[in-house]
Design a protein around this ligand. Sequence first.
Ligand code: ATP
Ligand code: SKM
Ligand code: MG
Length: 167
Amino acid sequence: MKSIYLTGFMGAGKTTIGKALGEYLKMPVFDTDEEIEKKEALTISEIFERQGEAYFRACETRILGELPVEDTIITTGGGIVCKNENRKLLKEQGIVIFLFASEEEIAKRLERDETRPLLRGDKLERIGTLYKERLPIYKQAADNIINTTGKGISEVVKEIVACLNLQ
Ligand SMILES: Nc1ncnc2c1ncn2[C@@H]1O[C@H](COP(=O)(O)OP(=O)(O)OP(=O)(O)O)[C@@H](O)[C@H]1O
Ligand SMILES: O=C(O)C1=C[C@@H](O)[C@@H](O)[C@H](O)C1
Ligand SMILES: [Mg+2]
């Protein structure tokens, strides 16, 4: 089977759901953010501060080209779909599942988070701007959309399994 890519906004639950899905399906899971942090030996925030966003985006494209394209779950960074080159790689290499959550739910989930560099400053304003910009891109790049709003992790995992006909 082609690899499964989870996409969506920061806080959509890609990393959390991906790990649970991997356990459920007994499949290996890679998270592009975690892989980049390991490779660079820096946190995402440090990469943004020291090398800038453009460098981080180049790391994302490189890692997409290196991760397995079969029988693997790949949880992506929230901005991976912003580059046309990345959207092409996702479409060619795997099944793309967009984890949707409402803007209000995202704001609630990330209320106390300070790790995401793009949300520094007025967090609600940053979420609002990026959310509106990106929502059509996530939709356009997706093979399947799962609404996670108000749902628990195991419920979302079961919906993904059902939509992939893997049960
Ligand atoms: N379905 C859910 N219900 C409630 N909380 C959730 C759900 N999914 C994730 N969360 C919580 O939201 C927060 C962000 O989740 P997570 O880190 O998995 O998001 P992400 O999509 O990987 O974000 P990023 O794009 O920044 O990597 C975590 O605290 C997680 O526990
Ligand atoms: O939405 C984004 O652009 C980001 C999401 C995170 O997963 C990280 O990749 C980083 O914080 C940038
Ligand atoms: Mg994540």
